[in-house]
Write a protein that binds this ligand. Structure first.
Ligand SMILES: Nc1nc2c(c(=O)[nH]1)N[C@H]1C(S)=C(S)[C@@H](COP(=O)(O)OP(=O)(O)OC[C@H]3O[C@@H](n4cnc5c(=O)[nH]c(N)nc54)[C@H](O)[C@@H]3O)O[C@H]1N2
Ligand SMILES: Nc1nc2c(c(=O)[nH]1)N[C@H]1C(S)=C(S)[C@@H](COP(=O)(O)OP(=O)(O)OC[C@H]3O[C@@H](n4cnc5c(=O)[nH]c(N)nc54)[C@H](O)[C@@H]3O)O[C@H]1N2
Ligand code: SF4
Ligand SMILES: [Mo]
Length: 704
């Protein structure tokens, strides 16, 4: 090698900015590359060097052309957003939120956070709402994501961690039932664990109304009508009982509540379940045969099973199924939820949820309030009580809630009944949005604050396995943007008492050190985790109560996290979707994702290669339905519900049930799926019913 060759620039070991897999990647400065960075493979257990196209193209969004680089203020004279200085913008946010608070009370100011924010940001945002604004009105987009699984976890196991085991364990179990999850499009590098499962002799069952790329990998695909998973889970457990395959010993030693749960199970005999779900009885029997035919098994759910007004009970029914078969609380077996957003796990632990304090503590628990108030240096009585859940908060905008700060979400595209939500946002006295790009929600704001991105700042994320990870800054942000933590620090200074800003350091590691103390003794205990340890060990699993503690990759091996150490069966019975089909709305709409776009699309729709791969919305439908309404592949169709309508080209395929249509939700405008969706909420988790509503499907322009 010539000695005068320039040394290769150093590689920063970090993680992808997008989903909960948090694939490991390396970033290296490279002149001329999009965003000035090359993505290089990095070995990390969940992805082993592989990335999907979103991860490998992520630096593109660092480019100044695609993102915001100066604050914007809506000018009174023109009604348009125009560039402003940071001092003007922050002073205006503080003045307007302050005056809403003075006129209408602290609860008239709301905060809407996101599961993509780092632990430090989520923690600081929750503290900012309670300590500086004094409001109870804070919630976040994670309510739309994994809240049903979280509620069911708490109920059955006494703790909520998405996966109770490392993802790699999936490859070594005997049978995996994947319910309402399409990792081939939503977490592609994770599919290798499913392939290895099959190479090792294990089997895969996929439950999805569509024959997805994931379903194509399966040994058995069950295609229920959307919104009937609860009956399906009860029906499979019925067969387990009828065939004498329950694990009596496990139930006696490690669980409570089976007697009460049993009645509903026995009422769901196979023929009834076939009638409700559309899954033929022989397939139900085959599923039980595969699952019970090996010593270990796992059930993993994602949004297809959870985003229903019955989501918590549906997950509860699948947990019952695992408990009755003894597939829990031991190695290579268990129930798990595939969390979605980059920090979907950590984002739900540190206080941006309406009812919660850091460390997964309850806001209504006096001991929790005293502990956290002590760390924050405020009287426990000064902390507000629980506030509204995400949709309820959005629905109250312009009414009881008159000012809002959004950090890390784009509800104009992603909230259910989106046209209504957009109207509520417009009805606010004042809206401030902190974002990387001018999202559809930022377009409605009075003030837009441009923030730094993942490669430009450090912070911790907790992935779907409960593994706490560190992202390190790899490049200097452009002048003109500031970090979310800097913004909270400035606003705390402007809105709080003298000295308040000191409690909101802009340095992420300083925030993390406080988070450790605030979480100590809580369910999600980070006390023993430090930046140094995460770097040295490439991630630490919580709970980790002390420096010398190794972390906890596998939960529940000795006991569950309930007071008596036993897992609880829950009494659940089938309810259908909140909105059943009828003569006027005869088809079920379900919604979800495509590989190349992420969430509301605010980020990925701006990346050229992703836009090219997935340019717009579509309506997936069966040839029988297409023929009945007289449309061909590519023809524009209108999907109408009681909330509104969306128009997009038909994508005709026999891979979907003929009574169901599917739309991805990544786009705004006339293809916006959420104009149509139903905001019916799960009574426990307050999760909206994104995955089933009654619609009419017609040619966009009647023929002739
Ligand atoms: N490409 C991409 N990847 C992502 C994201 C993204 O936006 N784009 N987002 C991330 C986030 S935040 C999340 S939450 C995850 C979500 O990850 P997934 O849950 O895998 O994604 P979805 O496409 O929402 O839903 C999964 C499947 O549920 C099926 N489904 C619909 N209705 C029902 C039903 O009633 N019952 C059953 N059993 N299945 C049903 C759909 O057909 C779909 O194939 O993905 C993460 N990864
Ligand atoms: N119909 C239907 N609707 C759904 C779903 C569905 O399956 N069907 N899924 C739901 C689910 S699971 C989810 S998770 C939600 C997600 O929906 P959204 O909350 O809208 O998710 P994103 O598009 O990721 O929005 C994140 C926004 O924050 C910005 N951002 C990214 N990083 C940061 C940061 O560090 N700081 C700040 N200040 N901003 C940042 C991004 O540019 C983007 O504008 O959508 C839900 N909506
Ligand atoms: S699977 Fe998720 S974490 Fe991995 S590269 Fe793709 S978006 Fe990023
Ligand atoms: Mo999500």
């Amino acid at each position: 090698m010539p000695t005068d060759a320039a040394a290769p620039s150093p590689v920063t070991a970090t993680h992808c900015p997008y989903c909960s897999l948090q694939c490991g990647m390396g970033l290296r400065a490279a002149d001329g590359a999009p965003g000035g960075l090359d993505v290089v493979p990095r070995d990390f257990p969940v992805n082993r060097g592989a990335l999907c196209g979103k991860g490998s193209s992520a630096p593109a969004l660092l480019s100044r052309r695609l993102r915001l680089t100066e604050p914007l203020i809506r000018r009174a004279d023109t009604g348009r957003l125009a560039p402003a200085t940071w001092e003007e913008a922050l002073a205006l946010v503080a003045a307007r939120l302050g005056s809403v608070r003075e006129e209408h009370g602290a609860d008239a100011v709301g905060v809407f956070g996101g599961g993509g924010l780092t632990n430090e940001k989520a923690y600081a945002l929750g503290k900012f709402a309670r300590v500086v604004l004094g409001t109870s009105q804070i919630d976040y987009n994670g309510r739309f994501c994994m809240s049903s699984a979280a509620a069911a976890h708490q109920r059955a196991f006494g703790i909520d961690r998405g996966l109770p085991f490392p993802l790699e364990d999936v490859a070594r179990t005997g049978c995996v039932i994947l319910v309402g999850a399409n990792p081939a499009e939503t977490m592609p590098p994770a599919v290798r664990h499913l392939r290895e499962l099959r190479e090792n002799g294990g089997t895969l069952i996929v439950v999805d109304p569509r024959r997805t790329k994931t379903a194509e990998l399966a040994d058995l695909h069950l295609a229920p009508r959307p919104g009937t998973d609860l009956a399906l889970a009860l029906g499979l457990l019925h067969l387990v009982v009828a065939q004498g395959r329950v694990d009596e010993e496990f139930m006696a030693e490690r669980t409570t509540g089976w007697e009460a749960a049993r009645a509903a199970v026995m009422a769901h005999w196979p023929e009834l379940v076939e009638r409700i779900t559309g899954v033929p009885v022989p397939q139900l029997r085959a599923a039980v045969g595969l699952f019970c035919g090996t010593p270990d098994g796992m059930v993993l759910t994602a949004r297809g099973a959870e985003q229903h007004a019955t989501g918590t009970d549906t997950v509860g029914a699948w947990i019952n199924f695992c408990l009755a078969t003894g597939r829990a609380g031991r190695p290579l077996s268990g129930y798990g939820c595939l969390t979605g957003q980059g920090n979907g796990q950590g984002g739900r632990e540190h206080g941006q949820k309406a009812d919660q304090l850091p460390g997964y503590r309850k806001l209504t628990d006096p001991a929790a309030r005293a502990h956290v108030a002590g760390v924050w240096g405020v009287p426990p009585d000064s902390l507000p009580g629980p506030g509204r859940s995400a949709y309820e908060l959005l629905d109250a905008l312009g009414g009881e809630v008159r000012g809002l700060l959004v950090m890390g979400s784009n509800p104009v595209v992603s909230a259910p009944r989106a046209a209504h939500v957009e109207g509520r946002l417009r009805a606010l006295d004042f809206l401030a949005v902190a974002d990387v790009v001018l999202s559809e929600t930022a377009e409605l704001a009075d003030v837009v604050l441009p923030v730094t991105q993942w490669a430009e700042e450090s912070g911790t994320m907790t992935n779907l396995e409960g593994r706490v990870l560190l992202r390190r800054a790899a490049v200097t942000p452009p002048a003109g943007v500031r970090s979310d933590l800097e913004i909270l620090n400035s606003l705390a200074g402007l809105l709080g008492r003298e000295g308040t800003a000191k409690g909101f350091p802009a340095d992420p590691e300083e925030v993390f050190e406080e988070l450790r103390r605030a979480s100590a003794g809580g369910a999600a205990d980070y006390a023993g985790i430090s930046y140094r340890r995460i770097e040295a060990e490439d991630g630490v699993f919580w709970p980790c109560p002390e420096e010398g503690h190794p972390g906890t990759p596998r939960l529940f091996l000795d006991r569950f996290a309930t007071s008596d150490g036993r897992a609880r069966f829950v009494e659940v019975t089938h309810r259908g979707p909140a909105e059943e089909t009828d003569g006027a709305y005869p088809v079920v709409l379900t919604t979800g994702r495509v590989l190349a776009q992420y969430q509301s699309g605010a980020q990925t729709r701006r990346v050229p290669e992703l836009r090219a791969a997935a340019p717009g919305a579509f309506v997936e439908m069966h040839p029988l339905l297409a023929a009945r309404i007289g449309v061909g592949d590519g023809d524009a169709v209108t999907v109408t519900s009681r909330r509104g309508q969306a128009t997009a080209p038909a994508r005709v395929t026999s891979a979907i049930r003929s009574d169901t249509v599917f739309m991805p939700f990544h786009w705004a405008g006339e293809g916006r799926a959420n104009t149509v969706t139903n905001p019916a909420l799960d009574p426990v988790s307050k999760m909206p019913e994104f995955k089933a509503c009654a619609v009419r499907v017609e040619p966009a322009r009647p023929p002739g």
